[in-house]
Write a protein that binds this ligand. Structure first.
Ligand code: RB5
Length: 149
């Protein structure tokens, strides 16, 4: 499994925490920054992760900002991305099983590091269930095509 990860300045600490989790789980990842604590614009850091996942260079992406909201909105603008903003373990499991989400967003100012690690681990280790959910995910994908860009 290959994972792409980035944050803005509001998510730097939690991004480092999640990268240490990925190290512990021996999951290969690419860190798209930022490299400093300077204030940055979260869409600039959502884009390389979302593009990389959409192109198939990565299996999954993880995006972190202060709330996770800006990152999730930005990522979901990229064709082929299904990004879920998740701060609980039940939703982390359900969104992989039912929505086949390919990016996880979290907010450093919302969730503590311990729970965030559990959310990320659950999300990374849960498989898509397919079946009736595949039909629904295909309908989500058809909304991308309906945009006609
Ligand atoms: C940055 O202050 C903050 O707006 C950002 O991290 C995020 O929460 C946006 O959704």
């Amino acid at each position: 499994m290959k994972v792409a990860i980035s944050s803005d300045h509001g998510g730097n600490n939690l991004r480092k925490e999640i990268m240490s989790l990925l190290d512990e789980l021996a999951i290969d990842y690419t860190d798209f920054g930022p490299k400093t604590d300077d204030s940055v614009d979260y869409p600039d850091y959502a884009k390389p992760v979302a593009d990389g996942v959409a192109k198939g260079d990565f299996d999954h992406g993880i995006l972190i900002c202060g709330t996770g909201i800006g990152m999730s909105i930005a990522a979901n603008k990229v064709r082929g991305i299904r990004c879920a903003l998740v701060h609980d373990v039940f939703s982390a499991e359900a969104t992989r099983q039912h929505n086949d989400t390919n990016i996880l967003a979290m907010g450093e100012r919302v969730v503590g590091p311990g729970l965030a690690r559990m959310v990320a681990k659950t999300w990374l280790e849960t498989e898509f269930e397919g079946g009736r959910h595949e039909r629904r995910v295909n309908k989500i994908c058809s909304l991308d095509l309906a945009r006609g860009e």
